[in-house]
Design a protein around this ligand. Structure first.
Ligand code: SAH
Length: 397
């Protein structure tokens, strides 16, 4: 086994307020947006502006039902009113800084600038049968996983509910306009696998999930089980999530079956150990009936040994779980690499022999910038590596 140094959480100062306290960080949140509010909140906000409450429904239909945010196109609302409502409830939250596409336009990665200058990314992946978007939940991330580009930069701030939702609405509009060749025109899946730790921004992420799954015009009307929330394993938040009335898919970034290694690869393991985190995952599975996805980045000579596959197999056998192996996407300057294919195949074979359903993620985004977080981490540095995003495929035997 390679011994890894325990990584110190990186320090990072806020650009706006150098010595920001948590209170200052809240100040950096963007202006209120329609998508921050539920239907009752929208009606109250519209009434507070001196307008008729039913305008909230009209505005919602434009934004969530037709992906229209330009007041010039809201011809069912008088022009003075619609300009005022759009100013107050549809502020511009995301400005595209860079858009990279590959796979004939079916993979798109967008780097956004937020109102305070923070940068975040989202990725759209179109397939013949579905369109998936991978969203960010925080600008940066405080979890400090040493193999992850976002983890290296530290946390800037939480995203607001609307900043999360708007990433999806943006791409849903592209799909609806038929801009994704050979793909359905309806965006159907959302994965919280972009920048950030979703369960560290719990309330806003849950609100975002509620907006994404509420039927139009309150929300986008996506199916709960087509939403995947991925976590490093914040045990109290995982237990809380199990108590929400939401049957979303939970993905757990395990990356090692033993505490010795996981303490290093996923530093939050120093707080909640493998046994505790798996226990919380099984409670989630029992409570929701949803199969938990165990994420495992295959890192050459670090976590890919046959004995670790066997140990993982013993931990997961008979559970409502499947393993999703992710070939490591090396971050710039990293000393780690992806596992060789024969090693990966042996890992898969052992897990399956233990009765654990296992897939290997097919990396998407071959021609565009690498792992999530790399665009924001180094806006000008182009690596040309694979993204860690991608559809699952059966591992070739
Ligand atoms: N904070 C959440 C979600 C963000 S990342 C989480 O950790 O689950 C989504 C997945 O990509 C996680 O499983 C993460 O560990 C993995 N990942 C991050 N960097 C990677 C890299 N360089 N190569 C492969 N997978 C990576």
């Amino acid at each position: 086994m390679t011994t890894l140094p325990v990584t110190e959480p990186p320090r990072r100062e806020l650009t706006l307020v150098p010595e920001a306290s948590p209170r200052d960080r809240r100040v950096a949140l963007p202006p209120r947006h329609l998508a921050d509010l539920d239907q009752a909140g929208r009606r109250a906000a519209v009434a507070a502006l001196g307008e008729r409450e039913y305008r909230a429904g009209q505005l919602s239909t434009h934004y969530f039902g037709r992906f229209v945010r330009d007041p010039g196109r809201m011809t069912d609302i008088p022009s003075a009113t619609r300009n005022r409502l759009a100013d107050e409830l549809l502020p511009n939250l995301l400005t595209p800084v860079r858009e990279l596409t590959c796979d004939d336009g079916r993979t798109r990665k967008t780097l956004w600038r937020l109102h305070d200058g923070s940068l975040v990314e989202s990725v759209l992946m179109g397939y013949p049968d579905r369109v998936t978007v991978c969203v960010s939940s925080q600008a940066g991330c405080g979890m400090a996983c040493p193999f992850c580009a976002t983890g290296q930069a530290g946390l800037t701030r939480n995203l607001s509910t609307a900043e999360i939702v708007d990433q999806v609405v943006w791409f849903a509009g592209q799909a609806a306009r038929g801009e994704l060749p050979g793909c359905p025109d309806r965006l159907s899946r959302v994965v919280f696998m972009g920048m950030g730790e979703p369960l560290a921004n719990y309330g806003r992420v849950i609100d975002a999930v509620r907006r994404l799954t509420a039927p139009a015009p309150e929300g986008l009307g996506l199916s709960q089980r087509h939403i995947t929330v991925s976590t490093v394993g914040l045990v109290p938040a995982m237990r809380r999530l199990a108590g929400e009335d939401l049957a979303v898919t939970l993905a757990l970034s395990l990356h090692a079956p033993d505490d010795g290694l996981r303490d290093e690869l996923v530093p939050v393991n120093q707080r909640w150990k493998v046994a505790e985190v798996l226990d919380a995952a099984w409670s989630y599975a029992a409570g929701t009936g949803r199969r938990v996805s165990i994420e495992y980045a295959m890192i050459r000579d670090v976590n890919d040994q046959p004995w670790r596959a066997d140990l993982l197999g013993r931990l997961l056998a008979g559970r409502l779980a499947h393993v999703n192996l992710i070939p490591l996407n090396p971050t710039p300057g990293s000393r780690w690499d992806a596992s060789p294919k024969p090693v990966e195949r042996e890992f898969v074979r052992r897990l399956r022999a233990a009765g654990v359903p296992t897939t290997v993620r097919d990396t998407r985004g071959r021609d565009i910038d690498g792992a999530c977080g790399q665009l924001a981490a180094a806006d000008s540095a182009r690596t040309g590596r694979d993204g860690h995003h991608g559809k699952e495929r059966e591992a070739a035997q």
